[in-house]
Design a binder for this molecule. Sequence first.
Ligand SMILES: NC(=O)C1=CN([C@@H]2O[C@H](COP(=O)(O)OP(=O)(O)OC[C@H]3O[C@@H](n4cnc5c(N)ncnc54)[C@H](O)[C@@H]3O)[C@@H](O)[C@H]2O)C=CC1
Ligand SMILES: C[C@H](O)[C@@H]1OC(=O)[C@H](O)[C@@H]1O
Length: 253
Amino acid sequence: MLLEGKTVLITGASQGIGRAAAVECARAAANVAINYLGDEAEAESVVAEIRSLGREAIAIRSDVADPASAPAFVAAAVTAFGGVDVFVSNAGICPFHAFLDMPVAVLDRTMRVNLHGAYYMVQAAANQMVAQGRGGSIVAVSSISALVGGEYQTHYTPTKAGVHSLMQSCAIALGRHGIRCNSVLPGTIQTAINKDDLADPEKRARMAARIPLGRLGVPEDLAGPILFLASDMARYVTGAALLVDGGAFVNLQ
Ligand SMILES: NC(=O)C1=CN([C@@H]2O[C@H](COP(=O)(O)OP(=O)(O)OC[C@H]3O[C@@H](n4cnc5c(N)ncnc54)[C@H](O)[C@@H]3O)[C@@H](O)[C@H]2O)C=CC1
Ligand SMILES: C[C@H](O)[C@@H]1OC(=O)[C@H](O)[C@@H]1O
């Protein structure tokens, strides 16, 4: 099993991509601690699913934008499972809005959750990994939006470029500790984050038609790539970014 005896922490894992990654890591024999800010019942259903796979899980409700939530999440996982081997920084929001009248509050919240939150969490996990002295793997969920723009995502795409850049710098800062840092760059994945934006069937069909593999993504499409980067299968991979977009990025014309 790829993650036998390992502990995995994932932020924003009550639903969507984070949830799919949490379940996949449990299938690979890891115990999993999830952070979330949504519905408690949903988070508990992830815990139940992981337990049904024969692994242990805990769910901690907190806001990643609060700097205090990061050391608290890591400490809770260490208390429950004895350490941290893999950290997946996934929590994120994308409140679609036009550029010219972007409210300060929307810009500020998006930056604080997506970029500051990732920074605080990755830093807390890295400190724990360094103290343990046995290396580790950090995976950040960036986006194809780190590489391309979006008319209603001018506040969001810079955060995803930032997360991608954070992993590159952390790969250098943490390599000497045996800690690998990589990002995944999902394309358009059907989750709650874009439910309204993709509500129009014509828009969905138009977007799917631009994807060489012929469909939008689902959260489970990210589970394998995240597991790969988390595991020793990727033991010489650090500072890398893995596009998981059905080929959308390379399909310019
Ligand atoms: N769905 C997509 O097309 C893509 C998503 N992504 C990224 O994937 C990540 C996961 O998003 P999805 O699964 O699509 O969305 P989702 O809305 O289904 O899941 C987001 C998760 O983040 C949590 N969350 C939100 N704000 C939080 C906060 N302040 N503190 C703690 N948890 C918080 C929610 O509780 C939820 O569990 C995000 O970082 C998003 O930017 C990247 C590329 C494409
Ligand atoms: C939420 C969007 O549908 C999604 O988020 C991303 O990061 C992708 O680039 C899509 O725009």
